[in-house]
Design a binder for this molecule. Structure first.
Ligand code: SF4
Length: 188
């Protein structure tokens, strides 16, 4: 397992998959690595690729706004990153080869952070973290305990722009995250 700085440098210089050709910036992750709450999305979008920061575009701002309303602050309370560290062209879903190439970096991040709570944002994160038997519309909002870590899938915030009806369910899920965070606060 690499330490934080070594891991960052390895990602920065990585050319293990084709996404190296479409990225402007590698997007490693952001937030408090000492918090035990982690959000994991799919891959950087255009704004994230331009700025080298995760979840800073329209969807990211919506997520941040919801979490801030619940007094969950990125710099203090959680760490956020993606399955893939580089942007696929036209925001397509990363393919399995790309995701599998990048997953060791995420596993290394998880091993360093040791989260007690992981939130999978969208079906791609859910698939690579929980497995392919799970369905986002059926299973979102459920807590799954694995080795003492509570994992919950929910919608990717970008999906809320395509289907407004998901906003209420997403908000319910964020409130559930806050309750779990408060419940486990002494362990976090
Ligand atoms: S997506 Fe991941 S594996 Fe692919 S080039 Fe970027 S850092 Fe490397």
């Amino acid at each position: 397992m690499l330490k934080w700085k070594e891991l960052y440098d390895e990602c920065l210089n990585c050319n293990k998959c084709e996404l190296k050709n479409s990225r402007n910036n590698m997007v490693f992750g952001e937030g408090n690595p000492r918090s035990r709450l982690m959000f994991i999305g799919e891959a950087p979008g255009a704004d994230e690729d331009r700025l080298g920061r995760p979840f800073v575009g329209r969807a990211g701002m919506l997520l941040t706004k919801g979490l801030t309303a619940l007094d969950l602050i990125r710099e203090r309370d959680y760490y956020i990153c993606n399955i893939c560290k580089c942007r696929p062209e036209n925001n397509r879903t990363p393919n399995e080869v790309e995701a599998e190439a990048c997953l060791p970096y995420l596993r290394n991040q998880v091993a360093l952070i040791k989260p007690k709570i992981i939130i999978c944002l969208g079906s791609t994160a859910m698939k690579y973290i929980l497995g392919s038997d799970w369905r986002i519309t059926r299973d979102r909002g459920k807590w799954i305990e694995r080795k003492g870590c509570y994992i919950m899938p929910t919608f990717h915030p970008a999906a809320l722009f395509r289907d407004e009806s998901k906003k209420i369910l997403f908000w319910q899920d964020l409130k559930s995250v806050k309750r779990k965070f408060d419940e486990l606060r002494n362990d976090l």
